[in-house]
Design a protein around this ligand. Structure first.
Ligand SMILES: NC(=O)c1ccc[n+]([C@@H]2O[C@H](COP(=O)([O-])OP(=O)(O)OC[C@H]3O[C@@H](n4cnc5c(N)ncnc54)[C@H](OP(=O)(O)O)[C@@H]3O)[C@@H](O)[C@H]2O)c1
Length: 283
């Protein structure tokens, strides 16, 4: 049976130059490895490799001849104003250099629920990043992922109040960093959607319950309190704020399987938002 070939499937097979901004980070390093396995020329671009999207250092050289730029960078500081400045300056510079270099696809990693979390300083930064991308002339895809399993311990750390972890008992559908990299890689090697693609884990959990399970797996004895007033990265959340839409692409790795993998044994991913902010309570 013959099947019609989409632009997406054609591009997956043709090696191209793909610059990964934040290519030394948790998601970026996995993404670079995956793209190289597919024979693409994947460049890990970050301050550690001489490319800085805030100052513009090394950016023009890195983007020369690139077909795709994937932005999986993160702000080094999570203080509200610093996050906003980082995402605005970095994204503006990137899009400007991409337009000049003739890059045909800008892919950015964002977070499921970003548009519902404007009370959070961190998410105001992500909202600003998404807005600049939508308004730019460069064809784009915004990939919104749910929380990484690697982030669960960090979430406990920023949710401490009176010696206990306070989290709202709401639903979320986290995923492994490996599956995030796979999902972003698929979008990066496809045609721009000029919109949002959501990716998520295979099953929903209660936020407080899964963080408690993660702490138990680390023999961390901290108690997690189900606190309906607890803020998430400074924002009030309700039952479905963190859940993806029905058409989200789901990762394969379950939490149980992830716990048996190497990624679960090493240091957790840093959290989004500041501790002080996340500890603030809704009145
Ligand atoms: N945590 C979650 O659960 C979650 C969920 C959904 C989406 N996300 C999103 O995922 C993205 C990546 O997160 P991550 O945990 O993989 O990040 P990460 O491990 O903290 O890595 C951050 C990367 O950004 C780079 N970077 C920092 N400043 C830069 C600059 N001025 N120019 C260029 N690169 C710069 C760093 O480079 P150096 O190594 O050189 O410093 C590093 O490679 C973030 O945008 C976040 O919003 C996170």
């Amino acid at each position: 049976m013959s099947r019609s070939r989409t632009p997406e499937s054609r591009m997956e097979e043709t090696p191209v130059k793909i610059v990964v901004i934040g290519g030394t980070g948790l998601i970026g390093s996995k993404l670079v490895a995956k793209l190289r396995e597919q024979k693409h020329e994947a460049i890990a671009a970050s301050p550690n490799t001489g490319v800085n999207t805030v100052t513009g250092e090394g950016l023009a050289e890195a983007l020369q001849g690139a077909s795709v730029v994937v932005d999986v960078s993160n702000s080094p500081s999570w203080e509200d104003a610093a996050v906003l400045t980082f995402f605005e300056t970095s994204t503006r510079n990137l899009l400007q250099y991409e337009a000049a270099a003739g890059v045909g696809h800008h892919v950015a990693l964002s977070v499921v629920g970003t548009d519902r979390l404007s009370e959070s300083g961190y998410f105001r930064g992500k909202i600003a990043q998404e807005k600049l991308i939508r308004e730019s002339s460069v064809p784009y895809s915004i990939v919104r992922a749910t929380q990484f399993f690697e982030f669960l311990k960090g979430l406990a750390d920023i949710s401490m109040d009176g010696g206990k972890v306070h989290l709202a008992p709401v639903l979320f559908q986290p995923m492994s960093a490996e599956d995030v990299a796979t999902g972003v890689g698929r979008v990066a090697t496809g045609a721009p959607v000029n919109g949002v693609v959501e990716i998520a884990g295979p099953e929903p959990f209660r936020l407080n319950e899964l963080v408690q399970r993660r702490l138990a797996s680390l023999h961390d004895t901290r108690e997690v309190v189900a606190d309906p007033n607890a803020l998430y990265s400074g924002a009030k959340i309700s039952e479905r704020t963190l859940l993806p839409e029905k058409d989200a692409r789901l990762g394969e790795t379950s939490f149980e399987v992830w716990l048996t993998q190497a990624g679960a044994q090493v240091q957790s991913a840093p959290a989004q938002g500041t501790g002080a902010e996340a500890q603030r309570k809704a009145s």
